[in-house]
Write a protein that binds this ligand. Structure first.
Ligand SMILES: [Zn+2]
Length: 126
């Protein structure tokens, strides 16, 4: 009990209360330090949440940009391979299966590598 400073302070305050100004006591100051530690922790939490929001917003912009490119679309002309007839992307060089020339309207049959900008474009056959 003698070595517990908080208990000693509480006993001190109780002894002199209400004459003592609580704000001037060690007890109050120690508690305020704890409060400011909590405040710093809240600040760090807010900062982490803001970072997450920034990451989220960046991702949303990327999705919007992908959608915009997709909507703007445009056309590209594939390289036509023969025996059997297949299409090859002039940018990423991915080669589609034989179903692609049979169904040129079906863009899903035309394969690209993941970062190919032709991925969002429609087929234009010359
Ligand atoms: Zn491609």
């Amino acid at each position: 009990m003698e070595t517990n400073p908080v208990a000693e302070m509480i006993i001190d305050i109780a002894k002199y209360y209400p004459e003592i100004v609580v704000e001037n006591t060690q007890w109050y100051k120690v508690n305020n330090e704890i409060t400011s530690e909590i405040e710093r922790e809240r600040e760090r939490k807010r900062e982490r949440e803001e970072e997450l929001i920034i990451i989220q917003e960046r991702r949303e912009r990327e999705i919007e940009e992908e959608l915009r490119i997709k909507e703007e679309g445009g056309y590209f002309s594939p390289i036509v391979l023969t025996n059997p007839k297949r299409y090859k992307c002039p940018i990423c060089n991915a080669i589609s299966g034989t179903d692609a020339p049979k169904n040129p309207e079906d863009a899903s049959l035309f394969v690209h590598y993941f970062d190919c900008i032709n991925k969002f474009k429609k087929l234009e056959l010359k």
